[in-house]
Structure formats: structure tokens, C-alpha cells
Design a protein around this ligand. Structure first.
Ligand SMILES: Cc1cc2nc3c(=O)[nH]c(=O)nc-3n(C[C@H](O)[C@H](O)[C@H](O)COP(=O)(O)O)c2cc1C
Length: 367
């Protein structure tokens, strides 16, 4: 019987437990994407997670969907991240950086005035894209997406190189590895989707071609870390950002086999349908990939301590991530171990509100 508290190995890395923190954008960076001091404390408080996966981190200046999310493409950003990773390590934890490129889910105001990039320039569904702008009063509002430009082969090669550069920067900044964000309708997911990707070249059409961008990005990151230090996050049934797939079983079984073949550190399978108020599709998502991936499979989406423990015990997942519970419970691992009641996140302060709703959730003994 495997428990959430059993250690787990990914490649050469031994993680203390299977209760991990998933990526969560909290938008506390500067306007230039430089991590701020309160981010050090936020991640340090959560270092008992078996693995922290950082909030989405931009790989270059044209990948932004969100004001004040951080980056890993300037030296200033790298230097600031060093204090975050050092604090997590000093507290005994491990941290990966989630590498993020929003592709068409953006607005030219967030990408330095240039059109957002996308696989094929599909633009008739821009109202379905989630782009967030920051108002002067500190609130976020959904803003319109700008029409995107279909990537030419130079755009693709440059963007893959930017992922590689961001992975090298993640290593220099002290991260233990990286997670490629291929979920939630962002750029790698846009390539995987046969509805968003209508390319006629080697990056579109067949399952192999639609997976090529992600696999190239994986290789670019693995060149700096080993493959086992590179995880991949997918959300096969997500409707967010409209990267739909009429046959997800086939796309994601194939992708899981490819990631298995290259020895990916882990596959992070997420479902946010329950978070959006619908039924959980997580069992179906896990069934799609589990038979095809022998490595560490990580499950996410509205899990409780009980449902997470059952998934790990039954072997449907090897580790689980708890998003909103980690916002409100910095010592989530200790609370689950003690069978203590979990605090609920307040509805304010998810994004860019300073320490309020960010670093001010107490641990159990302080509460
Ligand atoms: C405030 C907030 C920010 C998020 N930002 C990201 C992100 O940057 N990258 C990502 O892959 N998922 C992101 N997510 C999704 C979470 O990783 C997770 O999938 C979601 O919260 C569902 O898990 P839960 O039910 O345990 O909270 C975010 C979720 C929340 C609540």
C-alpha cells in the first residue's frame, strides 16, 4: 500500500512525499517580470510539499497572458529567482519552474506591441481566450485577445530556443528542474489541438506532428537538465482557451508514449472541470495516459486528502497536487498528516494584492 507520505524518486531526485504544490499564477512580480521579496516567503512557507512547481514563468517577452507574472529570460529575473530557490532548499524542499508561453491567449499590449503567436492564426474565437489585464486599482479584468499571427518556421525555431534558454536560466537560478506547461490552452496545447493547429508542415496534422512542438521544447529543456528533471503538464479535456480535441484519447495516449520513450521526469495530468463547477473528468484523464506512461504520473484537480490518497494507493497516480488548498494551508502536508481541518482560501488576493491573501495564511501551530 503506497501512502501520500511515502518518498518518491524522480530520476536522481528523492522527494520527501507525494503531496505536491501545482503551478499557480499569483502575479506578485514587477512589471518587468522580476520576482519580488514576498515571493521568497510565499514559497519558503510551502517547502514541505514533496515538490513545489512554481507559478507559470514566461520563457520570453512575447509569451505573456497575465500582467505581473514572472519571467526567466533576463539576468535580473534569474538573480531574483535565486533567493526563492535558496529559501526553499534551506527549508528542505524542492522546486521546479513551470515554463509558460501563452501563444494566442494574449494581447499585443502584453507582448510588446507585436501580435501574439499561434500555430495557425486561428482568430474567430478570440472571445473564448482568457487574457488578464491589471487595472490601476489593483483588480484584474478579462481583456480582449488580439488577433494572433501564424508562426513561420523561424518563429517556431526561435521559440523552442527560448524555452531552452529559459531552462538554462532555471538551472542557473537554482531550480531543481522544469515543468513544460502544455495544459490550459497555452502554446504547446494549441499545437496539440487539431482545432487550433491547422498547419500543413511537420508541426501539424498527424498526432506525431501535433506533438512535435512539445517534444522539441522538451528536448531543448532536457539539454540543460536531464530528461528526468523535465516534467510535462497536460489537461486533455480542458475547455479553457478553447484548445479542443475531438479525440483526446488518441492524442494523449500517443503523447504519453512519446514522453515515456524520452524518459520524462513526470507527467502531470490536470482536470479543472470540477473547479469550474462541473463533474470531475480526472478519472477519464488518468485512464487515457496511465497505461502508456511508466514514469511518475501526477494527478490534479479538486482532490481532497481522501481522494488523493486513494488515487496513490490504487496506483492510478504516483503523486498528487493540491492547488487552492496550498494557497490557504502553507503547511498542507502537516495538516493532512495530522488529520487537521483545512483552511479555505479567501476569495480576494489570488492575484497581485501584495501580502494580503498570499503570505498571511498561518500554519496550524500559529493559527
Ligand atoms: C490562482 C490560481 C492560479 C493558477 N495558475 C496556474 C498556472 O500558472 N499554471 C497552471 O498550469 N495552472 C494554474 N492553475 C491551475 C492549478 O494548478 C490547478 O490545476 C487548479 O487550481 C485545480 O487544482 P485544485 O482543485 O487542487 O485547486 C491556477 C489555479 C489557481 C487557483
Amino acid at each position: 500500500m503506497t501512502s501520500l507520505f511515502d518518498p518518491i524518486q524522480i530520476g536522481d531526485l528523492t522527494l520527501a512525499n507525494r503531496i505536491w504544490m501545482p503551478p499557480m499564477t499569483r502575479a506578485r512580480a514587477t512589471q518587468d517580470g522580476v520576482p519580488t521579496r514576498i515571493m521568497i516567503e510565499y514559497y519558503r512557507q510551502r517547502a514541505t510539499a514533496g515538490l513545489i512547481i512554481s507559478e507559470g514563468v514566461y520563457v520570453n517577452g512575447d509569451s505573456s497572458a497575465f500582467d505581473r507574472a514572472p519571467g526567466l529570460y533576463t539576468q535580473e529575473q534569474v538573480e531574483a529567482w535565486k533567493s526563492v530557490t535558496a529559501a526553499v532548499h534551506a527549508a528542505g524542499g524542492h522546486i521546479f519552474a513551470q515554463l509558460w508561453h501563452c501563444g494566442r491567449a494574449s494581447n499585443a499590449a502584453l507582448t510588446g506591441g507585436v501580435a501574439p503567436l499561434s500555430p495557425s492564426g486561428r482568430n474567430e474565437d478570440l472571445d473564448k481566450l482568457a487574457v488578464q489585464g491589471l487595472l490601476a486599482n489593483g483588480e484584474y479584468v478579462k481583456i480582449a485577445a488580439s488577433p494572433s499571427k501564424a508562426m513561420n518556421s523561424e518563429d517556431i525555431a526561435r521559440t523552442i530556443a527560448d524555452y531552452g534558454n529559459a531552462a538554462a536560466n532555471a538551472k542557473a537560478a537554482g531550480f531543481d528542474g522544469v515543468e513544460i506547461h502544455a495544459a490550459n490552452g497555452y502554446l504547446p496545447h494549441q499545437f496539440l489541438s487539431p482545432e487550433v493547429n491547422a498547419r500543413k508542415d511537420a508541426y501539424g496534422g498527424s498526432r506525431e506532428n501535433r506533438a512535435r512542438f512539445l517534444m522539441d521544447v522538451f528536448a531543448a529543456a532536457a539539454a540543460h537538465f536531464t530528461p528526468t528533471r523535465v516534467g510535462v503538464r497536460v489537461s486533455p479535456l480542458a475547455t479553457y482557451n478553447n484548445a479542443l480535441d475531438p479525440d483526446p484519447e488518441s492524442t494523449y495516449a500517443d503523447l504519453a508514449q512519446r514522453l515515456d520513450a524520452v524518459g520524462a521526469g513526470y507527467l502531470h495530468a490536470a482536470d479543472q472541470n470540477a473547479m469550474a463547477g462541473g463533474p470531475s473528468f480526472l478519472p477519464r484523464v488518468l485512464e487515457m495516459v496511465r497505461p502508456h506512461f511508466r514514469g511518475v504520473l501526477v494527478a490534479n484537480g479538486s482532490l481532497t486528502p481522501e481522494t488523493g490518497a486513494s488515487l496513490v494507493d490504487e496506483g492510478m497516480a504516483d503523486a498528487v497536487t493540491y492547488g487552492r488548498p496550498f494557497i490557504a494551508n502553507p503547511d498542507l502536508v502537516g495538516r493532512i498528516r495530522a488529520g487537521a481541518k483545512l483552511a479555505e482560501p479567501r476569495s480576494v488576493g489570488w492575484y497581485a494584492m501584495g501580502e494580503d491573501g498570499y503570505t498571511d495564511y498561518p500554519a496550524l501551530q500559529e493559527a
